[in-house]
Design a protein around this ligand. Structure first.
Ligand SMILES: Cc1cc2nc3c(=O)[nH]c(=O)nc-3n(C[C@H](O)[C@H](O)[C@H](O)COP(=O)(O)OP(=O)(O)OC[C@H]3O[C@@H](n4cnc5c(N)ncnc54)[C@H](O)[C@@H]3O)c2cc1C
Length: 210
């Protein structure tokens, strides 16, 4: 997992305590469908699909369609998650999962951001950018407008800042005992910016320009 899907590996390492990590399953994390579930934003960004068995047969459901709301998935009461298919990202791509929580891994995420960046052949522009947000909407989401703003462009500071602001505007967080909605939006912006910077540097060896 660490070699082939390091983004998922990274998220799993920020997941609760050793005891929980050793008993919890990725299937349970997905089917629980908590908006803050640690593996969900990475799986969205990796464009994974769930193979689900129903009484009438099997269906392959993309993760982008799987989640309906907190605790609700297309599996309903009768679907059984049998398999999770994750296409291997291109060799050039690099990703980051950043979790914000008061007590680190031992706490449920206030915000989770997964970023996957693929540079072009010259390492100057992006070929693909994917951003997944957790705990800031009724389901984990892709920040599609922010992704579009970055795709095919040079990773300049002003653009990264703008994309991070767009990602925050795509979130619709609630206020609860962990954090206020405005604070969560601000953290989405900060973590998206950081995730883009770290992933770009890991993919190209270069800092974001400017
Ligand atoms: C102390 C503590 C800390 C935690 N910290 C975190 C954290 O940091 N991050 C995080 O994301 N979660 C956290 N959790 C939540 C939980 O442990 C995880 O979501 C875990 O992945 C659940 O996996 P499980 O195998 O125990 O699922 P279960 O609890 O057994 O199942 C969860 C739900 O999914 C259903 N289900 C399970 N497998 C399938 C299947 N194959 N097909 C259909 N339905 C299925 C079950 O019926 C149940 O409704 C924490 C929990 C505790 C107790």
């Amino acid at each position: 997992m660490r070699q082939k899907l390091p983004l998922l590996w990274e998220a799993a390492h920020q997941f609760a305590s050793l005891q929980i990590r050793n008993t919890a399953t990725i299937g349970g994390n997905v089917c629980r469908a908590s908006p803050s579930g640690e593996t969900l934003a990475p799986l969205l960004v990796l464009e994974a699909s769930a193979v689900v068995r129903f009484s009438r047969g099997e269906k392959k459901l993309p993760f982008t369609e799987l989640f309906l709301g907190p605790g609700k998935t297309l599996l309903g009461a009768k679907g059984l998650l049998r398999e999770i298919e994750v296409p291997l990202p291109s060799k050039e791509s690099r990703g980051t999962y950043l979790k914000h929580a008061v007590r680190g891994a031992m706490d449920i995420a206030m915000v989770g951001v997964a970023v996957l960046v693929t540079p072009d052949a010259g390492g100057k522009k992006t070929r693909d950018v994917r951003i997944g947000l957790g705990a800031v909407a009724p389901t984990p989401i892709r920040a599609k407008r922010a992704e579009r703003a970055l795709r095919g462009k040079a990773m300049a500071r002003a653009l990264v800042d703008e994309a991070a602001r767009i990602a925050a505007s795509e979130s619709s967080p609630i206020s609860d005992q962990r954090s206020g909605a405005e604070h969560r939006r601000w953290i989405v912006e900060a973590l998206t910016r950081r995730g883009l910077e770290q992933s770009w540097k890991a993919a190209t060896g270069k800092e974001v320009d400017g």
